[in-house]
Design a protein around this ligand. Structure first.
Ligand SMILES: [Zn+2]
Length: 124
């Protein structure tokens, strides 16, 4: 439904009562080098070290960044040790593996964001 460009947009939609999302944006963003990062706080606000919760893996700053995309992410990409530097390399060289790994992370990120929102709503 066109949401998902910014994780914060999804949080805002949830606050307004939306409970079903269907959008190609997380995988499209992944394919174009944008990876999501951040989390929902207990006060239902989205926080991230990166502007709008998005990092552009093509940026030079990730060339020697050997951290996972997201520290506590349990997606296949992050938990099996694919780091930002390697993903930067895969993205720059247009390796097909990049597109799959990035899409896996962004989809899992959105699933986790909605699970956190659901959990917070149930505590209200
Ligand atoms: Zn991940």
């Amino acid at each position: 439904m066109g949401l998902g460009r910014d994780p914060e947009d999804v949080v805002t939609a949830i606050k307004l009562g939306a409970d079903i999302f269907d959008c190609v944006v997380p995988t499209r963003m992944a394919r174009n080098g944008t990876l999501y990062s951040g989390k929902l706080t207990s006060s239902f606000k989205f926080k991230s070290k990166f502007k709008k919760g998005r990092l552009n893996i093509g940026n030079k700053s990730f060339k020697k960044d050997f951290k996972a995309i997201e520290k506590n992410c349990d997606c296949y990409t992050c938990k099996t040790g694919f780091n930002r530097a390697y993903l930067h390399h895969l993205y720059k060289t247009k390796e097909l593996l990049y597109y799959r790994l990035a899409s896996i992370h962004n989809l899992k990120f959105m699933i986790k964001l909605c699970e956190e929102a659901r959990s917070l709503i149930l505590k209200i």
